[in-house]
Write a protein that binds this ligand. Structure first.
Ligand code: ADP
Length: 662
């Protein structure tokens, strides 16, 4: 039990320690992989931040490079078309709003001293268009270009209302392309632009397609070149009026089939959208006060727009960037993390989503601030499709686990082997103890009887010479029995140590049989045992150890006598068969049950029957027989029936046998 407990500890302890060690290693591996990957992603994050910083700086440098503009629309045009901003608000260095201005709204209405007041009354109040047209006509060559052009425009309107379209068109063209627009007078310019818009609507109704498209193109060109890129000293219109005209032009372009107007339309589209945003921004951010060079979020027309205040030598700017515009500055993050296992999400100062994955799963494993151009903005890193750290660690962990499992298996196998070895050792120890007990017991019996006989003789307690001789004969017999027993023990001992060296020489089977019979003769006679000997003649010689083979036969004959009750009939037959010499010892004794047959050749095995136990013996005889026969490359077999008797047959090969010392 002690051994078993020790072995269990020897197996369980290292296994438990190994399992503990493995769990530590696995936990450590996770940590290491996590740290490694986290460091990797931190590096990527740092790279992306640096790239973003430089992209942002480039954008700012782009603003710094802007040359002072002749008028705000030139600046607006460059910012929107060339620098892809989505709008702007401009203040001059004193803080006065330069663009988009709405203060000096043009007076387009009728003033009491206006020479055209009478004509307008006839046109709008009395709706006498023919008279009104004549009235207007009188002023069409007025010295004041404002009056003259307004008069021509009025005449054209009246002619249109009278259904005289062609005449109206002619008149309208005169107003629309009046040479004197460039004098920087806003009301005059507004009148001319109105004339051009009227012209566009008249052209729609015109029946001359050829003429229509030609004048249309000319009108559109005149309008667009004046709108966001005013040349010379073109009068500047307030932003909302400029926007109104631009929207009308855009409508006209959208509904026209003018192919060369596509580019113009796209550009105009951008500019119109930018101007809408700029007007809204100027209302939301009325002054330039606020931090410079940092993006901040605004909501204009329900759209999230980002603003950036920046100073250039000539003015202070608030440039507008749409979400897409900001994303282009943040492209460094996209480049760094697209295709990697990590997803990123950029949030602005108010926590609004800007770029990356809008609704990533789980919690961010790293967070960082964006560069200074994005105050309060954050970038968060998430895992896409599970914990990438876990995945990376998994492979290494599998290696550890398999190694651990292998080690545990080895420990178990080693433990199993050790248990078996220890079990054997325990068994052997038990056998040795039994052996010593048996040997002592077996030696005690002949010694005791010899002592009694010798004591009797010494004391002279004998009747006559014959009795004394009988006692001496008995003593000699006991002595012989003792010698045989000791011989067996020694043989067994040598056998156990596997040191028995047999002297194999050519031996005569008949001589072996005779010597064996000689050795047991007296004993058999004492037990009233009849021994029949049948030795075939001739017999081939055997390569055998003569004495050892005598021991074999003596043991078999001894057993035959021991395990036979009344009328003991024993036979010893020696004959040749199939190139072998066979020694067969038969008896008519108690026989053996089937289940014992296999085991009787084991050391110390004894059949536990009442008769078997009555006789002397220690269960070594047959194991010695088998050992010697095996050493001769022979075979020993037994045939037996309980109550009928047994036959033990030893078969030895005749051919060249084992050499000395085998
Ligand atoms: P032992 O010293 O007990 O005789 P052996 O090894 O010679 O030891 O024999 C082993 C057992 O085989 C014996 O205990 C006995 O029960 C059985 N045995 C051996 N020879 C015979 C036989 N001729 N007839 C019946 N049983 C036998």
């Amino acid at each position: 039990m002690q051994w078993v407990a020790l072995l269990a500890i020897a197996v369980v302890l290292p296994t438990v320690s190994l399992l503990w060690f493995m769990s530590r290693v696995v936990a450590n591996e996770r940590l290491v992989v996590r740290q490694k990957l986290a460091a990797l992603y931190q590096d990527k994050l740092a790279d992306a931040t640096t790239r973003t910083e430089s992209l942002f700086a480039t954008r700012l440098a782009g603003l710094d490079k802007l040359k002072p503009a002749a008028n705000p629309y030139s600046l607006f045009n460059r910012l929107v078309v060339e620098n892809t901003f989505q709008g702007m608000v401009v203040w001059d260095p004193d803080g006065t709003l330069v663009y988009p201005r709405s203060a000096d709204i043009l007076a387009n209405d009728v003033s009491p001293d206006n020479p055209l007041a009478g004509a307008w009354e006839q046109e709008f109040s009395k709706q006498q268009y023919s008279e009104a047209a004549q009235f207007y006509d009188r002023f069409s060559a007025d010295g004041d270009p404002r009056v003259a052009i307004a008069a021509i425009l009025g005449k054209s309107r009246c002619l249109t209302k009278l259904g005289r379209l062609d005449e109206a068109l002619d008149e309208c063209q005169k107003a629309a392309f009046a040479a004197s627009v460039g004098d920087g007078d806003p009301p005059l310019r507004l009148t001319v632009e109105n004339a051009r818009l009227l012209l566009l609507s008249l052209l729609k109704q015109s029946s001359q397609p050829q003429l229509r498209s030609e004048i249309f193109r000319r009108t559109i060109n005149a309008l667009t070149s004046d709108l966001y890129n005013p040349t010379g000293n073109r009068a500047l219109l307030p932003a909302f009026q400029n926007l109104f005209i631009a929207q009308k032009v855009l409508d006209a372009l959208r509904s026209s089939s003018l192919s060369d107007g596509v580019n113009a339309k796209d550009t105009l589209e951008k500019l119109v959208a930018a101007e809408e945003l700029s007007i809204a921004a100027a209302e939301t951010v009325p002054s330039i006060a606020g931090p410079f060079d940092g993006l901040f979020q605004m909501k204009l027309d329900q759209k999230p727009v980002y603003g950036l205040r920046h100073k250039i030598p000539s003015s202070t700017l608030l440039v507008l960037l749409s979400n897409a515009g900001v994303k282009s500055v943040l492209s460094g993050y996209h480049d760094a993390f697209s295709g990697s296992a990590a997803a990123y999400r950029i949030l602005d100062a108010s926590g609004g989503f800007v770029a990356g994955t809008s609704q990533p799963k789980g919690k961010p494993f790293a967070t960082a601030d964006l560069p200074s151009g994005f105050p309060g903005w954050k970038v968060e890193l998430y895992f896409e499709g599970g914990d990438v750290f876990e995945k990376a660690a998994q492979r290494q962990i599998a290696v550890y686990i398999w190694t651990g499992v292998l080690m545990i298996l080895l420990i178990l196998i080693a433990g199993g082997l050790a248990t078996r070895a220890v079990g054997r050792q325990i068994h052997l120890n038990k056998m040795k103890n039994d052996f010593i007990a048996t040997v002592s017991h077996e030696l005690k019996t002949p010694l005791a009887s010899m002592r009694v006989l010798v004591d009797t003789l010494l004391e002279g307690n004998v009747r006559d010479e014959t009795q004394a001789t009988e006692y001496l004969r008995l003593t000699a017999k006991e002595n012989e029995r003792l010698s045989r027993m000791i011989d067996n023990f020694l043989t067994f001992s040598r056998m156990e140590r596997n040191k028995k060296a047999f002297t194999i020489v050519d031996a005569k089977p008949a001589a072996i049989a005779h010597d064996a019979v000689e050795s047991v003769k007296t004993k058999l006679a004492a037990h009233n045992c009849h021994l029949a000997i049948d030795i075939a003649d001739p017999l081939p010689e055997l390569p055998a150890d003569h004495d050892a083979m005598v021991t074999v036969l003596v043991n078999l004959l001894d057993n035959a006598c021991k395990y036979t009750t009344d009328n003991k009939q024993i036979s010893l037959k020696v004959f040749a068969e199939d190139g072998r010499v066979c020694f067969a010892v038969s008896d008519n004794g108690i026989g053996l049950a089937r289940r014992h047959l296999r085991r009787i050749f084991e050391s110390f095995y004894q059949v536990d029957s009442s008769l078997a136990r009555k006789v002397e013996g220690c269960g070594l005889g047959l194991s010695i027989v088998k050992f010697i026969v095996d050493a001769h490359k022979g075979k020993v077999t037994v045939e037996s029936k309980p109550g009928k008797g047994s036959t033990f047959t030893v078969r030895l090969p005749v051919g060249p046998g084992p050499k000395n010392g085998d």
